[in-house]
Write a protein that binds this ligand. Structure first.
Ligand SMILES: [Zn+2]
Length: 234
């Protein structure tokens, strides 16, 4: 576990492999509604996918979203967009929002502000060329926000959005039931759900649990009269 300081709030922040962050959401989403994407209003929840595009999973996620008539925000990695530019275009053509997850998937705690700013510049350029649209939102790998993250965002005209709810779908032990339980561990109204459309930074095959859980997550939100869509609040 590592510590970062965000304004007056000292928070513990950890990577994909840890699970002790759950206590953190009820506090931070109230204190930091804009950064955590907890500003959508009580009848809306944003749905987001990190780490893609990935030919093994992104098409399956797109298919599940299309079947439910739901749009989402995809935080793409420049490295993956470089490999799969046509898949990036497919996500755009399906009407989803595109955002940046960096060029490389590296923890900002161990990188200089200058290196982070370059990574964001490089990633933004790659994603904007492939997506043929301007990118405004950025989510740092592991949700770690350092002074360098804020510097890099300022230099590149990006706004940080993390999440309020997650499916912990990167774990080898994840299955559709655990993903659903984790997503709804806290009230998602007004917030932002983190899922993944690639296992390139996580346990191989783990995203099958996301694909299986996704229709049930959307149905449950709809049954609670919550509209599901991309990040809209800025
Ligand atoms: Zn990630």
């Amino acid at each position: 576990m590592k510590k970062i300081t965000l304004g007056a709030l000292s928070v513990a922040t950890i990577g994909h492999s840890a699970s002790a962050l759950s206590w953190f959401f009820p506090v931070t989403k109230k204190l930091l509604p804009t950064i955590t994407g907890n500003n959508h209003g009580a009848n809306y929840t944003a749905l987001t996918f990190d780490d893609g595009p990935d030919p093994a999973y992104t098409p399956l996620i797109l298919e599940a979203l299309a079947q439910k008539g739901v749009k989402a925000t995809f935080f793409m990695l420049g490295q993956m967009v470089d490999k799969y530019p046509s898949l990036t275009k497919e996500v755009v053509s399906e009407g989803h929002n595109i955002a940046l997850h960096g060029y490389e998937h590296r923890n900002h705690l161990f990188r200089s502000a200058k290196t982070i700013a370059f990574d964001l510049k490089r990633g933004k350029e790659v994603v904007e060329v492939a997506a043929e649209q301007e990118i405004a939102l950025y989510r740092p790998p592991y949700g770690v926000i350092s002074g360098g993250t804020l510097y890099g965002c300022s230099k590149n005209g990006l706004k940080v959005v993390t999440w309020t709810n997650w499916g912990r779908d990167w774990r080898a032990a994840a299955n559709s039931e655990t993903v659903i339980d984790d997503v709804f561990k806290y009230n998602p109204r007004g917030g932002t759900i983190l899922l993944h459309d690639s296992d390139c930074t996580s346990a191989p095959g783990s995203i099958n649990s996301t694909v299986a859980a996704l229709p049930h997550i959307i149905d449950r939100l709809h049954n609670d009269s919550i509209q599901v869509g991309p990040i809209t609040a800025r």
